[in-house]
Structure formats: structure tokens, C-alpha cells
Design a protein around this ligand. Structure first.
Ligand code: HSE
Length: 439
């Protein structure tokens, strides 16, 4: 006799939503349109949705009585097996997810901030209560990356995870590159198009990417990588000119999030703008697209690319998690089996090439002085360009590409260079991402 339930015997799985914004609406629609009463494989039912403002018009075919501001309609409701948290933020989300898990409800979330800052506690609560906490949508929207790190790649020692995991900044940098426009103009345009928030800090200052790389690093290295040990620098200091000069040198500029192990210094996680060689695939990931490159010792380099945000791509990841639970995922599968301490490297010990752009007086000896400070910090120059010479005002852009150097040495050289009377401004210091070097 078969073990499948007949369509008649099959009961639907109750879903409760916390948040009914654009992603919540896409998830509710997917449930209603694809897994309603006629679906014979996985029948789901949106029992209730909790919203901040229940007077707002909603663009989904849900009974208005199912939408309210009352948390008790979802958390602890015995008709709801899976709570879907799509509110974002840290403290409230943490409290609601914890309460749901403790009431024996599974949770699916798209919340990178809470999973980065309090994920280990939440995953432990899920395990203690024998329920699932899944969070595929929290990193890189529709791209499946958490599942592969949690399941398919566990036989590997992961050497690096690096990605473009913030679509807003990638949109801004791509426009700056293609149109020669400056950061503030493109940011204003991105805001008017609705890509960037009116408070763009989380995206442009790198925090969104920081939360996401913290989540990925925990999974890849089975260790806690707290957000405050991750080096973070956003894109406000990248200028249109830098794209022009970078391109002459064979590079483009992207906001990269990286977690990488070095056998000597340990695990380093970092978020910052980086020069990427034009020939590597990451250099062609443009606009709001995301991409993640994972390198494992057995599998080699893997490449994931796709939509990192948007209602349907994010809804796709949320629905994947819901369906996995509704179809009876067999183990908790929520967390790496054990988290263990791992040596965390200091950004000071990071070694890479650097691109430096400065505005300097166009006089004899200026370059020699800059080179002297670099030399004293044990930094060797690879190439120098003099650009945009302004004869009238007697200054020019100096673009210096160094050989690989240690971050601490570079910071010390840069503070001395800034003091030089002939250096009007040190405009840019951008790290060059190293490819193909496992040292
Ligand atoms: N604000 C994010 C981005 C999307 O621009 O990629 C949500 O994680």
C-alpha cells in the first residue's frame, strides 16, 4: 500500500504572516494562487497576517478579517504551523520569532539583521523546541545560497565566500561606471526610482552586506562571526573618476563582501569597495543583480548569480523554505551542527594591492615624497599615472597602484601622505581584490 495521503485525506498547512509588505504580498499570492484548496501535493492556507497598519489597502485576495494588528492571531495560534516573519529589524523580530519557536511553530524569515546579530540564539531555540527556522531569503534574495552551504557543500572546507550581495549599491556603482555620474546624483536617482530607501545608510554604508556576509560566514565556517568583527566600509567615497582610471588599469569597482580563510592568520570577513579585474565574472554583474562565489576544497569555485531582491525572487526563497517544512523536512537542518571558535584575523593583516588617487601639486619632488612614505612603510609601487593635469592651478591627479601590501602599513603610509603640504587631497584608497592566490 502506498504511503501517500489521498487528496481528500490531505490537510492544509496553516501559514501566519508577520508583515504584509511587498514580499509578504508576493508570498500570500503564491500560496493562494499555487497552493490553494485544489493543490493536491502541498496545500497551504494563509490563516492570518499581522500588519502595523490594518487600515492600508492590501493587494492580495485575503479576507480582511484575516488581517489585523493582533499578534495572537499568528503567534501561538494552533491552526498555524509555520510563521513567516517579513517585518525586518532586530529586537521585535527577535522576540516574535522566539515566541513562535517556543510555541512549537516553525519559522521562515527573510530577516538578515536578526539572523546576523541573534541568529545563533534563535537557531538554538529552534533546536531546543524541535522546530525548523529557515532563512534562505535573508541573503541574496532569490539566489539559493544558504541551502547549498547548509546541505550540499558540507563535505568541503570552504576557502572563501565572496559576493556582490547588495543590489542597491551595485545599481549605483554600475550607473556611476556607465554614465560617469557621481555618487550623490546616482543615489538621488536610485531613491526617486524606489531602489534606494530615503534613509540609504543600511545599503550605501555597507551594513546590509555586512549582515549577509555574517550569516554566510557562520554557515561556511561553522563559527560565530559577530557583526562587530567584520570590517565594513561603504561606497560614499567612490568617485566617478575612479571608474575611469580603474578601467585604464583593467579593473572595475564593486562593493564586495568577503569571508576568507588564510592558513596563517585565520578567518577574515570584510565589506568594502574593491577593484575587480575586468576579466573575472564578478566584474560583469551589473545593476541590481547579486552574485556569490564559493570556493570549496573539493568542489572548486562555484558561481551563483541572480536577483538579490524584489518581491517575487525573495518570495521564491521564502516559498522554498515553507514548502520544505510543509513537505516534512526531516531534520532540523536549521543550523550548522556545532559552532566552534575559529581564529578571527585582523583587517590590519589583510594583504592586497592598493589603488591610491590623490590630488597633488604638479611640482618636482612631489611624487618622490609620496613614494618615500610608501617605501618607509615597506610598500612597493607597481605603477603610477599622472592624469587631469590642471596647468592653471598647478595640480594633477596622481594614481598609484601598489604591489601587495599589509593593510596596517598602508594606513600608516596614508596618514603620513595626507600630511604632505604638496598633497592637496588623498581622494581614494581602494583595495584590489586578489584572484587565484591562496596564500
Ligand atoms: N536592500 C537590499 C539590497 C535588498 O539592496 O540588496 C534586501 O536585502
Amino acid at each position: 500500500m502506498g504511503t501517500y495521503m489521498s487528496a481528500l485525506e490531505q490537510r492544509s498547512t496553516g501559514i501566519g504572516l508577520l508583515g504584509l509588505g511587498v514580499v509578504g504580498t508576493a508570498v500570500a499570492k503564491a500560496i493562494i494562487e499555487r497552493h490553494g484548496p485544489n493543490d493536491q501535493s502541498t496545500r497551504l492556507n494563509v490563516v492570518a497576517a499581522v500588519v502595523r497598519d490594518d487600515s492600508r489597502k492590501r493587494y492580495v485576495d485575503l479576507d480582511t478579517s484575516a488581517i489585523s494588528t493582533n499578534l495572537d492571531t499568528v503567534i501561538g495560534n494552533p491552526d498555524i504551523a509555520i510563521v513567516v516573519e517579513l517585518m525586518g529589524g532586530e529586537d521585535l523580530a527577535f522576540d516574535y520569532i522566539t515566541s513562535a519557536l517556543k510555541s512549537g511553530q516553525h519559522v521562515v524569515t527573510a530577516n538578515k539583521e536578526v539572523m546576523a546579530k541573534r541568529g545563533s540564539e534563535l537557531l538554538a531555540t529552534a533546536t531546543a523546541n524541535n522546530v525548523h527556522l529557515y532563512y534562505e531569503a535573508s541573503v541574496a534574495g532569490g539566489i539559493p545560497i544558504i541551502g547549498p552551504l547548509m546541505n550540499d557543500l558540507t563535505a568541503n572546507k570552504i576557502q572563501s565566500v565572496r559576493g556582490i550581495i547588495n543590489g542597491t549599491t551595485n545599481f549605483i556603482l554600475t550607473k556611476m561606471e556607465h554614465e560617469g555620474a557621481d555618487f550623490s546624483d546616482v543615489l538621488a536617482e536610485a531613491q526617486s526610482l524606489g531602489y534606494a530607501e530615503s534613509d540609504p545608510t543600511a545599503d550605501v554604508d555597507g551594513f546590509d552586506a555586512l549582515y549577509k556576509i555574517s550569516v554566510l560566514a557562520r554557515l561556511a565556517y561553522h563559527t560565530e562571526v559577530p557583526v562587530d568583527v567584520i570590517y565594513c566600509e561603504g561606497i560614499r567615497e567612490v568617485h566617478a573618476k575612479d571608474f575611469r582610471y580603474a578601467s585604464e588599469l583593467g579593473y572595475t569597482i564593486k562593493l564586495l563582501a568577503v569571508a576568507q580563510v588564510n592558513s596563517k592568520s585565520g578567518l577574515l570577513a570584510r565589506v568594502h569597495p574593491a577593484l575587480i579585474p575586468l576579466e573575472v565574472p564578478m566584474a560583469s554583474v551589473n545593476g541590481v543583480l547579486n552574485s556569490v562565489e564559493v570556493e570549496g576544497d573539493l568542489v572548486g569555485p562555484l558561481w551563483f548569480q541572480g536577483a538579490g531582491a524584489g518581491p517575487n525572487p525573495t518570495g521564491s526563497a521564502v516559498m522554498g523554505d515553507i514548502l520544505r517544512i510543509a513537505n516534512g523536512a526531516s531534520n532540523s537542518g536549521s543550523s550548522p551542527s556545532t559552532l566552534e571558535p575559529f581564529p578571527i584575523a585582523s583587517m590590519d593583516d589583510h594583504v592586497c594591492q592598493y589603488y591610491i588617487r590623490l590630488t597633488a601639486s604638479d611640482r618636482p619632488g612631489v611624487l618622490a615624497n609620496v613614494a618615500r612614505f610608501l617605501g618607509e612603510a615597506d610598500i612597493s609601487i607597481n605603477s603610477v599615472l599622472q592624469k587631469d593635469t590642471d596647468i592653471e592651478n598647478g595640480h594633477a591627479d596622481l594614481v598609484i597602484m601598489t604591489h601587495p601590501a599589509r593593510e596596517a602599513n598602508m594606513q600608516s603610509a596614508v596618514s603620513s601622505i595626507r600630511e604632505l603640504e604638496t598633497v592637496l587631497q588623498l581622494d581614494s584608497l581602494i583595495r584590489v581584490e586578489t584572484y587565484g592566490d591562496r596564500s
